[in-house]
Design a protein around this ligand. Structure first.
Ligand SMILES: Nc1ncnc2c1ncn2[C@@H]1O[C@H](COP(=O)(O)OP(=O)(O)OP(=O)(O)O)[C@@H](O)[C@H]1O
Length: 621
């Protein structure tokens, strides 16, 4: 069965009004958006460049940064680039999925690579590695960067390497050893102890590890070890890319401190976490610069970033500028998860991808291997490890094994999924939804929030037949129309997703809650470390029902069971990171809906994010 994508026309990239020639053809094929064409044309006009091959390379480089890639490899561009609207919607290039007038991208006039590179190299728009800043593009080998990202990569690499090679901060090593022995007493805590020791003894440490490997616990105990050093209590900043993650980190660190000897916890004192943006501070009148930068450094002695996988190249550059040269910087995160929505895959580059050769930062990276949360041998942990390590056949075998907690619902990529095929999903959704609504009506806030976290449907895409939008409607239909809508269309028992930050209400993009009847007054309830947070519906920021959410949005959350709606094998979002991130959200159950081919393709394909940072960190010299 073919899929009708007529409804997707609205999401196809805008046609550029003034695009003619080669740029016009690439725009009409959906490869370049109007904005890409516009930037390239402006660069050409300002730089006196009319060569269409150079302007095409510029436009494709701009386009790449919008989907996370910092650099464009000209030689492979023709094979790797998929029209953007099709990417977003989860459709394959060509194959009749594009709008009827759109030419096939493979048939576009791609320049011959060697000549393309030579024409770009001769252009006044392109500088090389060592040219002074000025031209808007950089070309090194066959790779092209926007000068801005090229500069950021170079700066981030240099700043990290400088921290890695600098003498460590002064410490009382005898006292440190005693504190670490006290704080990490068990033999099996050796990896956590090594991470804490590294963080205490050097200006840069990366604590990498999957979910539940004890990263937060290590951070909390590290803070106790540092507080135990002679002298004043160190000034510590804890920061995360999102507000939701900051709330979670603060609660988790407090909980970990509460488990320590009271004298250790007392020495650390109160901790708070903020977003990285908030830590760096806003500067009136500018959106891209922060109050803290190289001229006005952060006052902290220790800066800890959590969920670093979600930090973009640009933000990492800003952090590195702002942290005092003598302060410790500790980067915490899971490099196997999806990267930032913006350009760059900094944590992955620092840790070094498998097979790409060791990073010069390797001595500063401590990877925590053992999950402390579930039994290591549990089926979900084994499934996650097989995905992470790219063992596709083992992933399939586990999904089909019938082991408790694992389920594979096999559906072909090109069919619209019928209700009968996903009866298990429907049963889970209806059971959790019914319990949630009953608890919400009874005013049982905790019961409603427990039901909310019992099961979550995750999709890679927003749009298309496997996307959040369609499945939100399907699930809403299964749950039945609410009997009592309010004027604002909210109803008691409705699960909500916050889609904008509201610092005053302490609600953040990605927070989820439930509308609960609190003594006749409907309130939105959100889980927090202590008592749940109750917000009158009129004071909510932007929200939508959360019957399904993207894997990206689910980062940093945990559910009892998760169903992943896998995209088709042809989708660029069918990647190892999508599958790994979804699986590692689940504590007790994982159901994957998709084709065998989609599973194998996802496991076999680490997300393609082109970046030159890893190369810089590997290069000798
Ligand atoms: N050394 C340890 N001894 C005993 N329990 C531990 C130890 N380290 C971690 N834990 C426990 O394991 C669980 C997971 O630890 P923690 O929250 O620190 O992991 P994490 O890697 O930060 O997880 P996430 O990725 O979900 O943020 C917690 O319940 C914690 O108390």
């Amino acid at each position: 069965m073919t899929v009708d994508v007529g409804a997707l026309g609205a999401y196809l990239p805008e046609r550029a009004r003034h695009a003619t020639g080669v740029l016009g053809q690439f725009n009409a094929a959906g490869v370049l958006a109007a904005a890409d064409v516009h930037v390239a044309q402006t660069l050409g006009r300002l730089g006196g460049e009319t060569d269409e091959a150079v302007l095409l390379a510029a436009a494709l480089t701009v386009r790449g940064t919008r989907s996370g890639s910092v650099v464009l490899d000209l030689a492979s561009a023709a094979e790797t680039i998929v029209p953007e609207a099709l990417e977003a919607a989860g459709f394959e290039a060509g194959g009749g999925n594009a709008d009827a007038d759109a030419p096939d991208p493979a048939a576009l006039p791609w320049p011959e690579p060697a000549e393309w590179i030579a024409r770009c190299a001769a252009s006044p728009l392109c500088g090389g590695e060592d040219d002074p800043a000025g031209p808007p593009l950089r070309l090194v080998g066959g790779s092209m960067w926007l000068d801005r990202y090229f500069g950021q990569e170079r700066f981030v690499a240099a700043a990290l390497l400088e921290r890695a090679t600098a003498a460590g901060p002064p410490v009382d090593s005898v006292r440190l050893a005693t504190a670490l022995d006290r704080l990490f007493p068990a033999a099996e805590d050796a990896d956590q102890r090594a991470a804490a020791a590294s963080a205490a003894l050097s200006l840069l440490t990366v604590v990498a590890g999957g979910p539940g490997t004890g990263k937060t616990t290590t951070v909390a105990r590290l803070l106790a070890a540092l507080a135990d050093q002679p002298g004043p209590r160190p000034r510590v900043a804890l920061a995360t890319p999102t507000g939701k993650a900051a709330v979670r980190l603060e609660e988790a660190v407090r909980a970990a401190l509460a488990q320590l000897d009271p004298a250790d916890a007392e020495r650390v004192g109160d901790v708070s976490a903020s977003t990285i943006h908030r830590l760096l501070g806003s500067r009136p009148g500018t959106r891209s610069r922060f109050a803290h930068d190289r001229e006005n450094r952060l006052p902290h002695d220790v800066v800890i970033l959590d969920e670093t996988s979600m930090v973009s190249l640009t933000l990492m550059a800003r952090v590195l500028e702002a942290v005092r040269p003598t302060a410790r910087l500790i980067l915490v995160g899971d490099p196997d998860q999806l990267a930032s929505v913006e350009a760059g895959a900094v944590l992955g580059d620092i840790v070094g991808r498998s097979g790409a050769g060791p990073s010069r930062l390797a001595p500063h990276v401590v990877t925590l291997q053992r999950s402390r949360r579930f039994a290591d041998a549990g089926p979900i942990a084994r499934l996650a490890a097989a995905v992470r390590d790219g063992r596709g056949e083992e992933v399939l075998a586990l999904l089909r094994s019938g082991e408790p907690g694992l389920e594979f619902v096999e559906v072909a990529d090109d069919v619209l999924i019928a209700d009968d095929a996903v009866a298990g999903l429907r049963a889970d959704v209806v059971a959790a939804g019914t319990d949630m609504e009953a608890a919400a009506r009874a005013g049982d806030v905790t019961g409603a929030l427990d039901a909310l976290e019992r099961h979550r449907l995750l999709c890679a895409h927003h749009l298309g037949p496997r996307g959040v939008r369609l499945w939100t409607d399907r699930v809403a239909g299964w749950l039945g129309a609410p009997t009592a809508f309010r004027a604002d269309r909210r109803y008691v028992g409705e699960p909500l997703l916050v889609t904008a930050n509201d610092r005053d209400a302490k609600l953040f993009n990605g927070d989820t809650g439930v509308v609960v009847d609190c003594d006749g007054e409907p309130m939105a309830a959100f889980r927090r470390g202590g008592a749940p947070q109750l917000v009158p519906l009129g004071r909510l920021p932007e929200v939508r029902p959360v019957h399904a959410m993207t894997v990206h949005k689910s980062q940093g959350s945990e559910f009892v069971a998760v169903t992943l709606m896998l995209p088709s094998a042809a989708s660029p979002l069918a990647t190892r990171q999508t599958l790994y991130t979804a699986i590692t959200r689940a504590a007790a159950g994982v159901r994957v809906i998709g084709s065998e081919d989609a599973v194998l393709r996802s496991v076999g394909r680490p997300a393609a994010r082109a970046s030159g940072l890893g190369e810089r960190l590997r290069a000798s010299g």
